[in-house]
Write a protein that binds this ligand. Structure first.
Ligand code: FRU
Length: 484
């Protein structure tokens, strides 16, 4: 075992006594923005969900984690186990301790092995000492169901020929004949993004590269990297989710710096024939989603996303914590598209459900931890939430064609506002609007999950006010707080 400690490439094992406790006390001084029912890092930076697997009894959730600061430093895999997405038990963290992961355990996915174990595939980020050149390893770690690491080893020790050092984020699955395959995001030598498919006869075998999966229906111009690919079946369709980087921004969708995208269709050999391609979530902050392995329902699956994006900073960075995960989302096919909303358990544990008629301005107790639902009746509306004395507020509206979020009157970092302060989502015939608010995050689902918009918002010293420009019948309830 090696204890790495080189600038920001510092492992948990190199923590000085009391160091994390001191960072935690800075995190705890944040009185405004810590969520109560979303998974956020105890200290430091969270990014992609990783290694998601249902082991037959419990869900294992890992995420990319740098414990020491709100920066992208040495990545660990923070690990939790839960049965209900409310009570979480901490399990063994995947910590970089070997040369094949010397600069971080980067993203990857999980694969069931037997009754007692599962495997995680992940990228070992390394840098060659002679010239600091990045060398991507693809590694394998075995965990038992109790969440204990059994062993780990490298599978692939460099990028395949024809690709740059940006090859990462293996997501494994079984073929119908029991072989193991995994997809990896990659960048070609000509600096365009793609996805590679590898195959192994079994867990002991050496992976062989089958080639790139082509996605001819996707316009890949300007795209320089594909991150976090995920390939799975829903019913009789193949679904491919990935996070391309470089796609030009558009005015009513693909509005962020990078985007999480999905394709539905049929994988034939190495060609994915897409029938539909769309952005997965149209909010300000959503990236690198991943679905669970090990679920038995073939018609739906559960997905987490990172409520954040690369190259962004947030007002909570000064409190030494950054980002969180979405709620677990159930996703399934509906009319040839993906439909998504929080997992059943989240709805079953809503408390204090009340129905109120609102007009003009109301104060709703703990609005910033509430679930709101109403029927827009396909008519325009304007809502403003969380006024404070500095005149800050959050705007949500619908003009009959486009649903919008306006965070121009909220606290933002320069980089947050670099790509504009509004986000739009075209949606004809808007009926059902659901909003999950959790202090500095909102997850919005329109028409029972036809569209999703996930965003952070920062309004300090806010009042729990809600203003509406027309009367609405509102359902209000409170999701259960999580315990860690
Ligand atoms: C996506 C990503 C992955 C990488 C990980 C590193 O957000 O850049 O491609 O494995 O984050 O933390």
């Amino acid at each position: 075992m090696i204890i790495f400690n080189n600038g920001k490439y510092k492992s948990l094992l190199a923590a000085e006594s009391n160091e994390l406790a001191q960072i935690k006390s800075i995190v705890d001084s944040d009185q405004d923005f810590r969520p109560v029912y979303h998974l956020a890092p105890p200290t430091g930076l969270l990014n992609d969900p990783n290694g998601l697997i249902f082991d037959g009894e419990k869900y294992h959730i890992f995420y990319q984690w740098f414990p020491f600061d709100a920066i992208h430093g040495m990545k660990h895999w923070k690990h939790y186990i839960t049965e209900d997405f409310i009570h979480y038990q901490s399990a063994e963290t995947l910590i970089p301790t070997e040369l094949f992961e010397s600069h971080g355990c980067y993203s990857g996915g999980a694969l069931p092995i037997d009754e007692q174990h599962f495997a995680v595939f992940y990228t070992g980020n390394t840098r060659r000492s002679s010239d600091n050149q990045r060398i991507p390893f693809q590694n394998l770690a075995i965990f038992n169901k109790k969440g204990e690491l059994q062993h780990k080893r490298p599978l692939i020790e460099q990028a395949p020929e024809g690709y740059t050092e940006h090859v990462r984020d293996p997501k494994p699955f079984y073929t119908p004949d029991g072989k193991i395959r995994f997809v990896c995001g990659a960048q070609r030598q000509d600096l365009t993004g793609t996805v590679l498919l590898f195959e192994m006869d079994n867990l002991e075998a050496k992976p062989r590269l089958l080639g790139e999966i082509a996605l001819p229906q996707f316009d890949n111009s300007h795209v320089f990297m594909w991150e976090c690919p995920d390939l799975f079946k829903l019913g009789d369709k193949d679904v491919f989710i990935w996070s391309p980087q470089g796609k030009p921004r558009e005015s009513l969708q693909f509005q962020n710096n990078y985007h999480a995208t999905y394709a539905i269709g049929k994988l034939e050999g190495l060609i994915f024939k897409a029938e539909y391609i769309a952005e997965l979530d149209q909010g300000f902050d959503f990236y690198a989603p991943q679905t669970f392995a090990g679920l038995s329902n073939k018609e739906e699956t559960i997905m987490y996303g990172w409520v954040g994006l690369p190259d962004l900073d947030y007002p909570t960075d000064e409190y030494k914590w950054h980002s969180m995960l979405t709620l677990p989302r159930q996703i399934r096919l509906k009319n040839g598209k993906l439909s998504q909303h929080p997992a059943k358990n989240i709805y079953e544990n809503l408390t204090a459900l009340q129905r109120i008629n609102i007009e003009n301005q109301v104060e709703i107790a703990n609005l910033d931890q509430a679930y709101l639902k109403f029927n827009a009746d396909n008519r325009p509306f304007k809502l403003e939430l969380f006024h404070n004395e500095a005149g800050q507020k959050l705007g949500l509206s619908y003009d009959g064609k486009v649903f919008s979020i306006d965070r121009s009157h909220t606290k933002q970092t320069e980089r947050m506002s670099q790509f504009g302060c509004q986000r739009f989502c075209e949606i004809g015939h808007l009926q059902d609007v659901e909003i999950f608010l959790d202090r500095s995050i909102m997850e919005i689902f329109l028409n029972h999950g036809e569209k999703a918009l996930t965003s952070r918002f920062f309004i300090p010293n806010r009042k729990n006010t809600l203003y509406t420009d027309r009367s609405l019948q509102l359902e209000v309830a409170y999701p259960s707080k999580i315990s860690l």
